[in-house]
Design a protein around this ligand. Structure first.
Ligand code: PEP
Ligand code: MN
Length: 338
């Protein structure tokens, strides 16, 4: 961490800065220039130190050098991590395709969708049993009954299952039925939930909050990793922007940036970003081209009857077409890389 003193700051300021650094067990290296004094704080960084130093009158700027997240950062783990869910591996080169309905509505519909996405090339099934809805009167999900349907589909079709857990009290319940826990965008900073999931022995899909920076997102991943659960996959799903013809604005730059800053696998959710099915395939391709390790996409065999997010659900045919495009893109990207 570098501490830059104001031009002409008296020696008392320097003394105070050095004392504060040493009190927190770090070493201070002072560099006096003609006009400015700069102090380097060396050692294990205390997260309180930047604010403690900024509050000293005469300190102009405090510049952290290391990232505030350690376990998620490439500073401490240079090579890409992989996360394994059943037979599926995230971060190993080939894109992982997760597809399914927004919500688990009933057994028959979920089975039909699972069958369709498997035939189209999906490796995992998605579906919400606990739905975080903006409107309290909207369909809230089937709860445990939905989890049972997902478990049965996993057994019938051999597709590992991911579902959202919205409440820390349900983490154990959800772990009993599925292969991967999803933290939804609205819950990215639900720190009680993140701590509980950090104790779980299940891979996690951590969505980025619609108004969160990449740094906030990686700090949320750090909550899970520091709890002892190192099986985290990140998911970009669009930020709140000013464009009103799409539900959110897919931030492909955040995928590229997060790839630089973290070793964790990252996938893209084009469905919740677009909010409309005609834009889902182009956004999926853009996310993969920016470096995403896979996609999670909403598909419904009867989108006009869907209880949740019908307008953004791909039909079976659209899913198959998108899969062909993804395969072409993957071949082209492999050729460019070699
Ligand atoms: C979902 O995946 O169904 C969902 C609600 O996503 P998000 O948390 O990204 O809105
Ligand atoms: Mn949805």
């Amino acid at each position: 961490m570098l501490i830059i003193l104001q031009s002409g700051a008296p020696d008392a300021v320097l003394q105070q800065v050095v004392e504060r650094i040493e009190q927190l067990g770090m070493q201070a290296h002072v560099s006096k220039g003609e006009f400015r004094t700069i102090v380097g704080a060396i050692g294990e960084e205390n997260p309180q130190l930047p604010d403690l130093l900024r509050s000293i009158e005469g300190v102009e700027n405090v510049v952290p050098i290391m990232k505030p997240y350690k376990l998620a950062s490439r500073d401490f783990h240079h090579t890409n991590s992989t996360v394994t869910v059943g037979s599926v591996v995230f971060g190993q080169g080939l894109p992982v395709i997760i597809a399914g309905p927004c919500a688990v509505e009933d057994c028959q519909t979920t089975r039909h969708i699972a069958q369709a996405v498997k035939a189209g090339g999906a490796q995992m099934l998605r579906g919400g049993a606990f739905k975080p809805r903006t409107n309290p009167y909207s369909f809230q999900g089937l709860g445990e009954e939905g989890l049972k349907i997902l478990r049965d589909c996993r057994e019938e079709f051999g597709l590992p299952v991911v579902t959202e857990v919205t409440d820390p009290r349900n983490v154990e319940l959800v772990c009993r039925y599925v292969d991967m826990l999803q933290v939804g965008a609205r819950n990215m900073q639900n720190f009680v939930l993140l701590n509980e999931i950090g104790q779980a022995h299940k891979p996690v899909l951590l969505k980025r909050g619609p108004s969160s920076t990449v740094k906030d997102w990686l700090l949320s991943a750090e909550y899970i990793l520091s709890g002892g659960n190192n099986q985290v996959v990140l998911c970009e799903r669009g930020s709140r922007g000013f464009e009103d013809e799409m539900r959110f604005t897919l931030d492909v730059g955040a995928i590229a940036l997060a790839k630089v800053d973290t070793h964790l696998p990252i996938i893209v959710d084009p469905s919740h970003a677009a909010g409309r099915r005609d834009l889902v395939a182009p956004l999926a391709l853009a996310g993969l081209a920016a470096g995403a390790d896979g996609i999670i996409v909403e598909v419904h065999t009867c989108p006009d009857k869907a209880k949740c997010d019908g307008p953004q659900a791909l039909t079976e045919e659209m899913f198959s077409t998108m899969m062909r495009q993804i395969n072409q893109l993957t071949r082209a990207m492999t050729a460019v890389a070699s």
